[in-house]
Write a new protein. Structure first.
Length: 165
């Protein structure tokens, strides 16, 4: 759950928001955000978005499934957090939201003015840039405030990311 908005303190740490998904290019976005956070004294915030479950007539099944999905998301974030902390030099912030991805990003941004940059990775090859990147390119960001979006090519090597970040 996102925290309620708080005023940003002077000199507050700039956060790089990365959407944790199951795409192969996700690692490029995470690595880039971590390297940028390290080089700028920032911090990485990792958002995992859970799809809402639609078991209207089976509330217990839906609740059990949602609990299991949340546990899995927490375990994944903890695992990735070790890697992110090593690359960025500081512990990342973990966020879990339920809903559509753009709506979840909007909620997180409304709750945390310290998030200054959204880092996404574009899919490599003929698959297109990926659904979130394509949606933002087509419809605009629309997150309720101005926010730079960094799109990292998903096929960059670790060395290329190191050089860029």
């Amino acid at each position: 759950m996102a925290k309620p908005p708080t005023p940003e303190a002077p000199g507050a740490t700039r956060k790089f928001l990365v959407i944790v998904d199951d795409s192969p290019e996700f690692q490029a976005a995470l690595r880039y955000a971590c390297r940028r956070a390290r080089s700028t004294g920032g911090r990485v915030a990792m958002l995992r978005v859970l799809e809402p479950q639609a078991f209207e007539h089976w509330a217990k099944v839906r609740d059990d499934l949602e609990r299991e999905l949340r546990r899995d998301a927490e375990a994944l974030l903890q695992k990735l957090g070790v890697e992110a902390a090593e690359m960025s030099g500081s512990a990342p912030e973990f966020l879990i939201e339920t809903g559509d991805t753009k709506g979840a990003i909007k909620a997180v941004l409304a709750a945390d003015p310290g998030i200054k940059i959204l880092v996404l990775a574009a899919a490599a090859g003929s698959r297109g840039p990926g659904p979130l990147v394509a949606s933002i390119a087509k419809d605009g960001v629309g997150f309720g405030r101005k926010l730079p979006v960094t799109v990292v090519p998903g096929d960059l090597t670790a060395e290329e990311i190191e050089d860029l970040a």
